[in-house]
Structures are given as C-alpha cells and as structure tokens.
Design a protein around this ligand. Sequence first.
Ligand SMILES: [Ca+2]
Length: 285
Amino acid sequence: MACLRIAFCLVLVTFYGAVAQAIVPDYPTSDWKAVGRVGRQWPGNPPKYNGTGVVIGDRWVLTARHLLNDTPTKRIPDNVVRFWLEGKGSLTPRRVYVPPDLSADLALLEFAPRTFSEWYPPYRESDEMGKLAAVVGYGYTFENRGGKWVQKPNSDGVRRAGFNRISMATDIQLRMDFDVAGAPDRYGDGGPVEKECMVAGHDSGGPSLIRGQDGKWRVAGIHSAVADGITSGGRFYDVRVSRYIGWLDSILGRSEPFAWYNTAPCPLFGSLRLAAPRTTWIPRR
Ligand SMILES: [Ca+2]
C-alpha cells in the first residue's frame, strides 16, 4: 500500500498531474519494435531511463513532456535527453519540441533525417471511442498475489504490450480501465479484452495504438497518468494525440532542407517606439 500511496501523492504534486507509468500484467513482447526508452544522461553519468517513447516518423519520437522535466516547471536541456531503441542504442535528439498548451503532456524529439526505418504515424480521426488499443511500454510490471497487485522487482527495461478498449474520450485524454474478472467494470465497457492490461511506472510516454481505416497501427494515445494506483479496476489516462495534430503537423510538415533556428529576445527592437518584433531569429547550431 505504501507504494500505491506514494504513486498517488506523485499524481497530486506533479505539474501535469502525471506520474511516470509499466505494463501490467507481465506481457513481454518482441513486437512493437518502434517503441523505445526515454531518459536523460548528465555529463559523467550513465544514461538513466525513466519512461517510454514511440517513433512516429523517420526522425521523430513522441513521448510525455513530464519525463523531461527536472522540476515541475523546468525542462532538462535538450542535449541531456536520450532515446534508446532496440538495434539503435542510445540516441541524442537534435531538438525537443513541446506544445504551447501547458496542459498537453507531450514532447516531440527530432533526430537526424532517416534515423529510423520503422514507425507508427499519429492517429488523426476523432472516432477513438470504443476501439481496441494495443498498449505498449518499457516500465515496471506487477503480479497478482491473491487479488493484490505487487510490483515485480527489477522489472523495468523490458518491452511489454497488452490491449485495452478506449472507454472514455475527453477533450484532451483517452481513458481506459483495467478490467479483471471479479473486479468492478469501472467504465462499463464490457469487461476484459484478450491480454487486458494497464500501465505503471516508466510506461509514461509509451503509445496506445489503434488501427486506422487502412489497417495500419497508429499512435492514438501517449501514456500520461494513472488515477487509482495499480489495482484491478484502476484507470489510466493517455494524451489524446488526435487533438494535437495541428501542433504536430506544424513541425512534421516543414519542408527540407531545414536550418536550425531559435528565438531569442532582441533588446534593440524592444526599445523602438513603433510596433516591432520583440524576438529575432538566430542560428541554433
Ligand atoms: Ca478496460
């Protein structure tokens, strides 16, 4: 119970109401090869992974913003961020993007063009409700001991995947419940699907994927928070990716070649009497 209480407190105190989430029960998988681990590597230290991320394009990885925060409001520097992918090892993004909307628990990592050969594009439709989702992550797992879920020791760093049904779609979230035989069906969505699962610590940033009309799997949700701890009937919340397609396209849709720019305050313009831009463009790298 102590563990669950701590998880609940984290939900309360973190800026985005989110806690690093793993897939429960223990369903290790060799599928979903475009899902990797997200973390940080400070100078002089080995990489430390605290979450999951999913490749959504030849150089793009989508993950949860709260994984990249040092404090509730301060992000770690881009060059400290790491993404580990099976067959690729540890990679450093060229740049990290976050949505202007602070309530969106999303971050987009950009790598060199053609870094990745396999990915799942974002889901664009708003008909997610009721669809079957593959739920993938690199976090911890738990085992059911007499009705109580107990974390298995040293259980992170394994890719796991189960399924669930999208049972509630809010303006910014997709919500699912962990149906277990004998436990209350919290969202009344008809009980467990095959390999019904929920997320736990370090699954944050991992994807829930649903099939598009073309039959291909697409990233519909990014694991963000759990509502009741790891328990039968527990709920978990994903960021609803389709609601942020405009933001994603504003970055993914840029034409190449791209020069690296950033905005910085320009004191010279700020002192002018007439309306003038208060930022200027400077070469980033
Ligand atoms: Ca369910």
